[in-house]
Design a protein around this ligand. Structure first.
Ligand SMILES: Nc1ncnc2c1ncn2[C@@H]1O[C@H](COP(=O)(O)OP(=O)(O)OP(=O)(O)O)[C@@H](O)[C@H]1O
Ligand SMILES: [Mg+2]
Length: 237
C-alpha cells in the first residue's frame, strides 16, 4: 500500500469537517475522490499534505507515518500537491517556474529524476512557451505548469485538486491525457479530486465518494456505474 489514511478527523475551529475518513491508494493507482461542493475533498488533501493539521487519525505513506508533518517534510517523503488554485509565479518564465519545483521534493523516484527536458516530453506545450512569463499562459497551460512543477519534486504520489476546473473542453481532454500519461509511463500514482465525472471515471481504477465530512461509498468503476442510487446521493446529476 502506498498511502493509507486511517480515521482522520480534521476541524476548522469548531467545525468538524472530516469525520473518521479512511481510504487507501495502492502503488501505481489512480484513485478518485469525488463529491459535491463543501464535502471535504480539498480538506482531505490538505490534511494529508500537512497544510491543515488533523486532530486525530493517521496518514501513512510508504509504511511511514507522516501525520501532521509540515508540508515540506511531506513533500520530501514523496507526496506532490497540485492545489485547486493554480499557483504559478506569473512574473517568472515557464522554465524558471519548473525549476522552482526542484526545491523541497525528493532527489529521485524509482523511475529516475525529473528534469525540465523530461517534463517537456510529456508537456510539449510548455516547451513551446519555455521562455514566456507564466502570466501569458492560458488556464490549461497554467494547470500543466502547476502539474509539471509538482513533478519536478520527484513525487511517488501526486495529490491533484480539480485539475480540469474552468478549462475549455479541449484543454480538459489534454490535462486528462497528461495525468494518464504520467501515471502509465512515468509511474506516478495519483489521488485525484475532480468534479468532471467522465474524466474521473476514465482515469481512476477505484473511486471514493464523499458525503458531508465522511466517505459514503468506495468501489471500482463498474460498481459505481451499476449503482444509480449512490450516484444520485453523492454526485451532481
Ligand atoms: N479555511 C477554512 N476555514 C473554515 N472552514 C473551511 C475552510 N476551508 C473549508 N472550510 C469548510 O470546510 C468544509 C469542507 O471544505 P472543502 O474545501 O474541503 O470542500 P470540497 O469538498 O473541496 O469542496 P469544493 O468541491 O467546493 O472544492 C466546507 O464546509 C467549507 O466551507
Ligand atoms: Mg475543493
Amino acid at each position: 500500500m502506498l498511502l493509507e489514511v486511517r480515521d482522520l478527523n480534521t476541524f476548522y475551529v469548531t467545525s468538524h469537517v472530516l469525520q473518521n475518513i479512511s481510504f487507501q491508494v495502492n502503488e501505481g493507482e489512480i484513485v478518485a475522490l469525488l463529491g459535491r461542493n463543501g464535502m471535504g475533498k480539498s480538506t482531505t488533501l490538505k490534511s494529508i499534505m500537512g497544510l491543515v493539521k488533523p486532530k486525530s487519525g493517521k496518514v501513512i505513506f510508504q509504511g511511514k507515518e507522516v501525520t501532521g508533518f509540515p508540508p515540506f517534510k511531506v513533500a520530501r517523503a514523496g507526496i506532490g500537491y497540485v492545489p485547486e488554485d493554480r499557483r504559478i509565479f506569473p512574473q517568472l518564465s515557464v522554465v524558471d517556474n519548473l525549476e522552482l519545483g526542484i526545491k523541497g521534493g525528493k532527489l529521485s523516484t524509482k523511475e529516475g529524476t525529473w528534469t525540465v527536458e523530461r517534463i517537456y516530453e510529456h508537456f510539449p506545450k510548455l516547451k513551446e512557451r519555455a521562455n514566456q512569463q507564466g502570466r501569458f499562459l492560458s488556464g490549461g497551460e497554467q494547470q500543466m505548469l502547476t502539474i509539471g512543477r509538482s513533478l519536478m519534486g520527484n513525487p511517488d504520489l501526486l495529490l491533484v485538486d480539480e485539475p480540469t476546473e474552468g478549462l475549455a473542453p479541449l484543454m480538459v481532454q489534454e490535462v486528462r491525457d497528461i495525468l494518464e500519461e504520467i501515471n502509465k509511463k512515468a509511474g506516478v500514482s495519483i489521488l485525484l479530486v475532480e468534479h468532471n465525472l467522465s474524466v474521473a471515471m476514465s482515469l481512476a481504477s477505484r473511486i471514493y465518494l464523499m458525503g458531508k465530512a465522511h466517505i459514503g461509498f468506495s468501489g471500482n468503476k463498474e460498481e459505481l456505474e451499476a449503482n444509480p442510487e449512490v450516484r444520485a446521493k453523492y454526485l451532481e446529476v
